[in-house]
Design a protein around this ligand. Structure first.
Ligand code: FAD
Length: 1060
């Protein structure tokens, strides 16, 4: 690795954000951007193309002239010979790679050898290839560096040849983005083809490029193609000309810098005066200023005055937030840390007088050394790499070990709750710049505050500690300076370690920061993040960090928030970097990565849950032996008098396997619910069932409205809406999925119950997507009346003509026309659509059949009274029509829907469907446990009182086996449902996907078995309408399809298994 002396400025990119989005008090927003800044010249040249001989290396013609002079040959004779007759053809072929240089020399030697002892052409050609090994002239080299520093591309376009098996190319390739060699291409200048190839590879138009060559014929073709040209006769003049065309200086290059950007100029005379009076610098020397490329928040300059090199860092010009860009803080912390022995650049002076340069600024030393931008440290041996990482770890510990009082930094920030404060800050920042829903961010915003570290140390934190913020000694593994102190404060030191390890988890192709997630770290000699953390803990003498994944989740969350800010401004055309848009688009990837770590942390917590060491004695965790209400007998009611005996509070995060383990307020709901079921639902059950068979069955039963009002008054309302969807408890009861599982199971004991509590499908799923994805207007129009139970809704996805278990198959169309969408499609099994109270249909169709498979679909909210919606017929399940909602076959014919009714946006339908698959779908499973439990209870009562062949049925071995098997299967299924719900709470629906699929398969099949046994034990009565068993059976069977066929769930589980 080459040693480059530099002080490199930090990468601050949200400077403008503080002015544009001043919502967040946090002043510092820093992240990396590429050093390639966009060229500001209005001409917008994007590339400079260099010929080789005569431009980058000495001209072969000039060399020939010198050679001729030295050897007393006639001027021009060498090239005259080469370019004549057979040799000319050979030369031409050699340029196009058809002949090697060695072969060319042989051809050129034939004639010469006959009449001269020394063949001049041969000797010249040998000389040519040996002499030309000089790199470009220093002036040209510096010009190229300056060009690249401004973000323009550079290319070599050369007529060259094969020499000793390689192409002859004596240039420093690292300085060029594109190299086009005639011997490789088979075409040569001045033919236009080779120019076109060069432009194509640069991906620029001819008028966006400049070509430098010493031969007029080569320039002529370039000019004919529309390329700007410079004839190189003398390097200095050519550079001068190029400088004028580009509009920025091509001298004074310092690594990591570029010309001072527009609007960032500094009055040099005033600076000169200040340097004279403050630092005693000579007035005679010329002051040269360049700006560090990465410095976008606080502009940072390289200042050269004679031999003196300094770095100047200032606040940006313009109106700023009071706390933003606090260069004074940077100066203070650097001074204090240096005094405490931490390697930071020496500071010289701070000027807070705005009359000097317009804003406060400070001066520090320019530290030459190595900066490693690539975390894999190419070019170093594995032991050198290990040493570099060890040195970095050591210096981080040094920072964290600084005695705050001794360093005078006690008041440099707040104490404690650092991560909590940061999460709040970045959440605000993110929300202020949100352009679209990033599901992982939504989850993190809820998840992070619930998983904050319990204990935090407070030390100086750097805030953006990374390998490329360090300057290393030119030869030794020693950190000379830590840069970028803008985000420093007092805080939790582990956040610095996590930030330091971000690159461990980023792939190499992240455009803005090279990661090493796919590298073999062991082979490279680089410690893994856990080894690095262990080293840190050892160096600090502290215990291992258990919640490391939380810190990584937080770090990536922060990165996402920053990138999202950049992205938003790039959309508004205010981005401060050419890479802003790319940066912003990465936001989603980073959020997903953050969520991966949150999930890992969730699993760690889940695995660390002690089995049964909290709460009531172990026996109480068994759900089967608790006293049930007498729900099996419509005539009897009894309350569980034992409820209050088991009120125990179970710590958050525990898998609560029985209602006795629920938090007190949920137990209260549970208790109220069982009372309501006993007192109001079971006694009315038969009447409600009878109404479903009556002639007026499609008219809602007024009894149900009464029940709804009573349940609402009892606070047993909208219990389904999970806390994760509704964290502020704006709409629902604020229960976790796990807590609701226990309640939902109780509701499942009667098919009529869910509606009474406004917890029935498909309204629950629809309400949840409206909460999650609906606009405020959509919420007002649909969500609120649904939440109030005033209207009902349906969900129209399935179509008769296609296999709808694969939602990508659906064919209904949603076609944009002006400010409306026109819907056409044939749907069936649209549950609830028959109900006269059904006012909303969530319709799924394709907006773009040409898009990627899962981007074709959209969901749109359709008012059921829109012209064009026709109900074809109600469908039935085993003859049961399930009125008044029913399951309708519908036709949508040119249904015109306002554009603003689209949910989330076109092409987002699949995404919403995935979101809908979570809670809404496992509710059925929860309820099925209740149905099965009720069936078993009915069975038990029946077999105890019914005698056949001289003894109660209960004494028959087969019946006992049925009872035992039913309980066993039910307990297994219940535990799996609880686990799925718990995982949804702790690690999210996506991660719980396998468990969700398992329960969707297990619960209906279990319920079918159990209910079937009950029906058998009841004899013919079991099939009748006198007991709920037949309906339970029909519904459980339907659910093996309605929530997706078993086979699809099995496929999800299997795929998950095969992946891990
Ligand atoms: C009572 C009830 C209510 C419903 N309510 C609604 C509603 O409100 N809204 C709505 O849009 N839809 C609803 N549906 C429809 C339900 O979602 C679909 O029936 C289900 O998605 C299956 O689609 P399909 O009927 O087109 O079956 P198909 O997709 O044709 O599948 C038929 C069979 O193919 C097999 N199969 C499919 N995929 C696989 C695979 N990957 N591997 C192996 N075998 C496979 C399975 O055996 C499956 O049963 C309801 C269905 C019922 C029964």
């Amino acid at each position: 690795m080459s040693v480059s002396g530099m002080f490199r400025a930090p990468r601050y990119i949200l400077a403008k954000a503080q002015r544009v989005v001043p919502l967040c008090k946090h002043p510092h927003v820093s992240w990396w951007v590429s050093s390639r800044q966009k060229h500001s010249d209005p001409r917008q040249y994007k590339a400079v193309i260099f010929d080789m001989g005569g431009v980058l290396i000495p001209s072969p013609y000039k060399l020939a002239a010198e050679w001729e002079l030295k050897n007393n040959l006639k001027a021009g004779s060498i090239w005259q010979t080469i370019l004549s007759g057979e040799k000319h053809v050979a030369w031409d072929r050699c340029m196009r790679g058809k002949l090697t240089f060695e072969e060319l020399v042989k051809v050129c030697s034939k004639e010469g050898a006959a009449n001269q002892t020394v063949d001049p052409v041969q000797s010249y050609l040998f000389d040519l290839t040996s002499q030309l090994h000089n790199p470009a002239s220093p002036g040209m080299r510096e010009a190229i560096q300056c060009i690249r520093a401004e973000g323009l591309q550079t290319a070599v376009l050369t007529n060259n040849f094969w020499l000793k098996g390689q192409s002859f190319l004596p240039v420093e390739k690292v300085h060029f983005d594109v190299i086009v060699e005639s011997c490789r291409e088979g075409v040569s200048k001045p033919g236009p083809e080779i120019y076109k190839r060069c432009l194509e590879r640069l991906n620029v138009r001819p008028e966006e490029s400049i070509f430098l060559d010493d031969l007029g014929q080569n320039l002529k073709t370039a000019a004919q193609l529309g390329i700007s040209t410079i004839k190189v006769e003398d390097i200095a003049t050519a550079i001068h000309e190029l400088e004028a065309m580009l509009g920025f200086p091509l001298h004074g290059y310092v690594h990591g810098t570029q010309a001072v950007r527009k609007g960032m100029e500094i009055p040099t005379d005033r600076l000169k005066e200040y340097l004279q009076t403050t630092l005693g610098l000579s007035s005679a020397e010329r002051l040269t200023l360049r700006q560090f490329s990465h410095g976008q928040s606080n502009p940072t300059y390289h200042v050269q005055s004679g031999d003196q090199q300094l770095v100047l860092r200032k606040k940006p010009p313009g109106k700023l937030l009071q706390s933003a860009h606090a260069v004074e803080r940077e100066y203070r912390v650097m001074k204090a840390l240096r005094a405490a022995g931490v390697p930071v650049p020496k500071t010289f002076a701070i000027c807070e007088d705005p009359s000097v340069l317009g804003t406060s600024f400070y001066l520090m030393e320019y530290c030459p050394g190595r900066i490693f931008k690539d975390p894999t440290l190419p070019g170093l041996t594995s032991s050198q790499r290990r040493d570099i990482y060890t040195a970095m770890n050591r210096v981080l510990c040094q920072i964290h070990q600084v005695d705050l009082r001794a360093a005078g930094l006690e008041d440099y920030g707040k104490y404690g709750n650092y991560i909590e404060r940061q999460v709040r800050t970045w959440t605000k920042q993110y929300q202020a710049s949100e352009t679209h829903v990033i599901p992982a961010m939504e989850q993190l915003i809820k998840w992070l505050p619930e998983h904050l570290p319990a204990h935090e140390k407070t030390t100086v934190v750097h805030g953006d500690f990374r390998l490329d913020n360090l300057i290393f000694h030119p030869d030794k593994p020693e950190v000379l300076a830590v840069l970028d102190w803008e985000l420093s404060t007092l805080g939790d030191p582990i956040s610095d370690v996590a930030n330091n390890c971000l690159t461990h988890h980023l792939p190499a192709d992240v455009p803005l920061l090279k990661g090493m997630s796919k590298c073999d770290l062991m082979e490279l000699g680089i410690p893994s993040d856990l080894e690095y953390l262990t080293l840190y803990c050892d160096n600090m003498g502290m215990n291992p960090v258990e919640n490391w994944n939380l810190y990584l989740a937080f770090s990536f969350f922060r990165v996402t928030a920053i990138l999202q800010g950049v992205y938003k401004r790039s959309l508004q055309g205010q981005a401060s970097s050419a890479n802003a848009e790319t940066a912003g688009k990465l936001a989603e990837e980073m959020a997903d990565l953050a969520w991966v770590f949150a999930v890992r942390e969730g699993f760690r917590i889940f695995k660390s849950i002690p089995a049964g060491n909290q709460g009531p004695p172990l026996r109480k965790y068994s759900t089967w032996n608790r006293q049930r209400s007498a729900a099996g007998f419509s005539s009897t009611t009894s309350l569980d008098a034992n409820h209050s005996r088991h009120l125990v509070s179970v710590p958050k995060g525990h898998l609560i396997i029985s209602p006795e383990g629920l938090p007190a307020h949920v137990q209260e709901l549970y208790h109220k619910l069982t009372v309501f079921m006993d007192k109001r639902i079971y006694p009315l059950e038969q009447e409600l069932t009878d109404h479903q068979k009556a002639e007026n069955r499609w008219v809602p039963n007024p009894r149900m409205e009464e029940l709804k009002n009573e349940a609402k008054a009892d606070g047993l309302w909208n219990l389904f809406l999970p806390l994760e969807t509704d964290p502020e408890i704006k709409y629902g009861a604020g229960l976790t999925n796990l807590e609701y599982t226990h309640l939902c199971e109780v509701m499942g004991r009667s098919l009529h119950a869910p509606e009474a509590f406004n917890c029935s499908a498909p309204d629950t799923g629809n309400m949840e997507i409206l909460v999650k994805y609906g606009t405020e207007a959509q919420k007002e129009q649909w969500l609120l009346p649904l939440l109030e139970g005033k209207i009902r809704s349906c969900f129209a996805m399935t179509e008769p003509q296609v296999a709808s278990s694969d939602a990508a198959n659906i064919e209904a169309s949603i076609v944009e026309e002006g400010d409306i969408y026109i819907l056409n499609g044939h749907k069936w099994w649209t549950s609830g659509a028959m109900d006269p109270r059904c006012k909303l249909c969530v319709f799924m169709g394709k907006t773009d059949p040409q898009a990627r498979r899962h981007k074709q679909q959209s969901m749109i909210l359709v008012s059921m009274d829109t012209p064009g919606i026709k109900i074809v017929r109600p469908l039935s399940v085993y003859g049961m029509e399930d009125p008044p909602g029913g399951h309708a076959e519908l036709v949508f014919e040119n249904v015109r829907v306002p554009k603003e009714n689209i949910l989330l946006g076109p092409g987002r339908g699949f995404e919403i469907a995935q979101g809908r698959l979570g809670p809404g779908r496992i509710h059925h499973c929860m309820r099925l446990i209740g149905s099965a439990d009720r069936a078993l209870q009915l069975l038990k009562h029946r077999v105890k009182t019914r005698v056949a062949f001289g003894r109660p049925l209960a004494e028959q071995g087969t019946i006992m086996a049925d009872i035992a098997n039913s309980r066993i299967e039910m307990e297994q299924a219940r535990l799996l449902v609880l686990k799925a719900a718990h995982l949804m709470d702790t690690v999210g629906n996506k991660e719980a996907a396998s468990e969700i699929s398992m329960v969707k398969l297990v619960a209906p099949n279990m319920a079918l078995q159990v209910v079937d046994r009950a029906i058998q034990a009841f004899g013919a009565a079991g099939l009748s309408g006198d007991f709920p068993l037949a309906q339970f059976f029909g519904w459980a069977r339907a659910l093996r399809l309605a929530d997706g066929p078993d086979e699809v769930h099995r496929a999800v589980v299997a795929k998950h298994e095969l992946k891990h």
